[in-house]
Design a binder for this molecule. Structure first.
Ligand SMILES: [Zn+2]
Length: 202
């Protein structure tokens, strides 16, 4: 009987060892770079696989970074490999598990990240992430509220500036959502300065 238990234990270990989905870790998260990038105590920089969060200055950048910070900073996390091991910037591509939840999913689910469609072929959880993104979009969570807020405006500006922009201006994208002002008529911008980039002809 003892021998059978031992054989079973060896078999289980072999199966675990051969499994590509085996988790690596735990590693401690020492730094959060932005909404989808972090540093580990093994001095590796990890890029969360399959997703993309807003860049500096874009709507929801700060919120996404804060969310990831809350989920992982100072915690012991486990990593799961995707189809691609390392991206072109030398960052390790991984799914991250913290406190038993898949962080990549949480960020998509709650509207802090988009699914990275350009890397569909490299993303083994693409379909499940995409389904979560669809729900976040339908419910206009997080980043999915940014565009809509601007598109209904004739011009947009910032509470902190006298310049106004066309809603699709690259500078307008850098206005933080909490500072975003929406102008619906020409008369509202009479006292303001048109942006030199997007409204040259005004
Ligand atoms: Zn502009």
């Amino acid at each position: 009987m003892k021998r059978e238990v031992l054989l079973l234990a060896i078999l289980v270990l072999l199966i675990l060892g051969c499994n590509n989905n085996a988790l690596e870790g735990p590693f401690k998260v020492t730094n959060v770079v932005d909404g989808d990038t972090l540093d580990l105590n093994n001095s590796k920089r990890v890029r969360l696989s399959g997703i993309n969060t807003p860049e500096t200055g874009e709507c929801y950048y700060e919120e996404a970074k804060d969310k990831l910070t809350g989920l992982v900073l100072g915690k012991d996390v486990f990593l799961e490999r995707d189809k691609t091991n390392i991206d072109k910037y030398g960052r390790t591509l991984r799914y991250i598990y913290s406190d038993g939840v898949l962080v990549n999913s949480v960020l998509v689910q709650e509207g802090f990240a988009r699914v990275f469609d350009n890397y569909k072929q490299d993303t083994k959880k693409y379909e499940e992430l995409k389904a979560m993104e669809e729900t976040a979009k339908t419910n206009k969570l997080g980043i999915w509220s940014c565009e809509e807020r601007k598109e209904s405006c004739l011009y947009v500006g910032s509470k902190k500036s006298k310049t106004y922009h066309s809603p699709d201006c690259k500078w307008a994208k850098r206005i933080k959502p909490e500072n975003l002002v929406c102008y619906k008529t020409e008369s509202e911008v009479e006292q303001l300065t048109p942006c030199a980039t997007c409204l040259q002809n005004k």
